[in-house]
Design a protein around this ligand. Structure first.
Ligand SMILES: Nc1ncnc2c1ncn2[C@@H]1O[C@H](COP(=O)(O)OP(=O)(O)OP(=O)(O)O)[C@@H](O)[C@H]1O
Ligand SMILES: [Mg+2]
Length: 266
């Protein structure tokens, strides 16, 4: 396992308990998805791994996190980044006043020890995202949402990561673009041997690229299984895949079977 999250608890401002006993494992070279509704604690879990939690007055108050066998839960974000972990935060935040290429170069400053040179990094990113090469001198604030998402993924790649924590890359994008970005992510994972922990609300998409997934609710993992099994699971079908949807997305709590099962689980 490249990443082991062992039974962690996370608090914000020393009192707000948002993650309770969460354990997640990511195999070396694997893709694992973390699914869950709004507010479940998905982003917080990623921030616990990357160390960004500390910038929001959050803290891992119990349990441990190991990356390549080393404890990282007390480390600072900068040090964790240099070990080869990068988080692509939700909401595709580019530096709006910088060009696409300048945005990518920012990533290189956080690069893993012994990672690629800036020149090689840019070449690699442009190889995966030819669109970014075309737009490299444009101001990032003015390119499309899809191109901005590519820019933040590209910026993450500039760090030569071993593990990418990817937070809702599909959010607000048109289906074709989502498809394009996910294709590239899958290729990257294969060709560059990058492990990925993918947070998604779009379960259909996530279960297509990740062979294994965890489902989070209210700060706890309530299910984890292979994508194949989860796709067959009636609760997942109801809530996430919308296969029995009668207009509008249901609240996870409204799914009856789920409640029944949850009683056995907890
Ligand atoms: N900086 C913070 N300070 C206090 N509480 C926070 C902070 N950030 C998040 N929370 C709370 O922690 C809980 C989990 O939030 P988190 O952002 O991790 O959820 P999420 O699963 O990523 O949701 P979404 O799908 O909406 O992105 C929420 O109740 C949220 O209000
Ligand atoms: Mg989130």
């Amino acid at each position: 396992m490249i990443l082991k999250i062992n039974n962690i608890e996370v608090k914000y401002h020393e009192v707000i308990l948002v993650i309770k006993g969460v354990s997640i494992e990511v195999p070396d070279g694997g893709i694992v998805a973390l699914l869950g509704a709004n507010g479940a604690g998905k982003s917080t879990t990623l921030k616990a791994v990357s160390g960004l939690l500390n910038h929001e007055d959050g803290e891992v108050t119990d349990g441990s996190i190991e990356f390549m066998g080393e404890r990282i839960d007390k480390m600072r974000a900068e040090r964790i980044a240099r070990m080869g972990i990068v988080q692509v935060i939700e909401g595709r935040r580019v530096f709006e006043h910088l060009t696409v290429e300048q945005n990518l170069k920012v990533g290189a400053h956080m690069k893993k020890k012994g990672g690629r040179s800036i020149k090689d990094g840019l070449e690699m990113v442009y190889n995966y995202f030819p669109r970014l090469k075309e737009k490299r001198n444009e101001i990032a604030g003015f390119i499309s949402g899809g191109e901005q998402q590519m820019t933040v993924v590209g910026r993450a790649l500039m760090t030569s990561p071993r593990l990418i924590l990817l937070d809702e890359p599909s959010m607000g994008l048109a289906p074709l673009l989502i498809h394009e970005i996910f294709n590239i992510i899958t290729r990257l994972h294969k060709d560059e041997n990058i492990s990925i922990l993918l947070v998604e609300q779009n379960a259909k998409l996530a279960l297509n690229v990740a062979p294994y997934a965890y489902v989070m609710e209210n700060g706890r993992i309530v299910m984890n299984d292979t994508a194949e099994k989860l796709r067959q699971n009636p609760d997942i079908k109801d809530f996430y895949l919308g296969l029995k949807d009668h207009g509008g997305r249901k609240n996870f709590r409204d799914v009856k079977h789920y409640k029944r099962r949850k009683r056995w689980l907890t």
